[in-house]
Design a binder for this molecule. Structure first.
Ligand code: HEC
Length: 269
């Protein structure tokens, strides 16, 4: 009799286990199917090739989850964010860069197109699958390229670690609720931005012909001593540009609170 009960126990356990694993499997496959059905008409689900990015109607799912992961840590928060955003999209909640939202337009609410229970499955699936490692490599490379380009055209002296471009970071996150800029802060920040951009532009305009002069002199095999004065002028202008840059960082951080600076920093990398 005992062996019979044991066997029964064993069988029940096995069946329960089997059931549990097939339920998990069914849920996951339902998540995949729902993603395809409800989201894929706009969000590309595979990792986009580099050349496909400009033709997309909405950020690829890889990019969406990449940005969610940058903005929040807890799994529960991420899931809640997705569920809320799909029903009530709003630029002030967006975790993608604001220039992306400007490019695609705010996502239309999917109320009526997807049920809340379905959305929970979708969100679980999104966070489990994305971003694909291939995408992370690509986006990191793109970001490094952007940084390199910025460094090449940068007139600043101190830029090895890529000091934050405060005004650019701010404009990208301008209307986000998480940043919470007050009207007064915005007014002050716009003044700093305007002064900084004007000053940098003026310096660059003077720098360009001087740098061309040096390049030409070298091509013409002139004596480096003959361009000593030009070099000095370039150095002075770059020093001035660096002053403007550092002043901009100091003025901007003085207007922002500690929390706001903390909010912006993840977007800098
Ligand atoms: C009609 C097109 C369309 C459909 C369908 C759609 N989206 Fe979007 N979605 C967009 C666009 C455009 C954006 C970028 C603008 C934005 O962030 O609002 C976006 C952005 C997002 C974001 C990022 C929010 C942010 O800016 O931080 C999430 C999350 C998201 N979608 C989830 C989903 C999910 C999940 C589905 C399927 C249930 C879905 N979307 C279906 C168009 C769509």
């Amino acid at each position: 009799m005992i062996w019979y009960i044991r066997l029964k126990e064993f069988t029940v356990k096995k069946i329960l286990l089997l059931l549990a694993s097939t339920t998990a499997m069914t849920l996951a496959s339902t998540g995949v199917a729902l993603l395809e059905k409800k989201c894929a008409s706009c969000h590309m689900l595979e990792t986009p090739e580099f050349h496909q990015i400009p033709t997309l109607k909405a950020p690829a799912m890889d990019a969406v989850v990449f940005h969610i992961n940058l903005a929040m840590k807890e799994e529960k928060k991420k899931k809640d964010f997705i569920v809320d955003y799909v029903f009530n999209p709003d630029i002030s909640k967006s975790v993608c860069e604001s220039n992306k939202v400007a490019k695609y337009g705010v996502m239309p609410s999917q109320k009526g197109n997807v049920k809340k229970e379905e959305l929970v499955l979708i969100a679980t699936e999104m966070l489990a699958q994305y971003p694909h490692p291939k995408f992370v490599v690509m986006i990191k490379e793109m970001l490094t390229n952007d940084k390199m380009k910025a460094l090449q055209t940068s007139p600043f002296l101190v830029n090895k670690e890529g000091l934050p471009h405060m005004t650019k970071l701010l404009i990208q996150n301008w209307d986000k609720a998480g940043l919470g800029l007050s009207k007064e802060q915005k007014e002050k920040l716009l003044v700093v931005r305007k002064e900084t951009l004007q000053a940098v532009k003026y310096i660059k305009k003077q720098l360009n012909p001087l740098e061309d002069e040096i390049v030409e002199a070298m091509i013409d095999r002139e004596d480096p001593k003959s361009i000593e004065k030009t070099l000095e002028k370039i150095a002075t202008l770059k020093m001035e540009a660096s002053r403007v840059h550092l002043k901009c960082i100091a003025q901007t951080t003085a207007i922002l609170t500690e929390e706001q600076v903390g909010f912006l920093l993840p977007f800098w990398e």
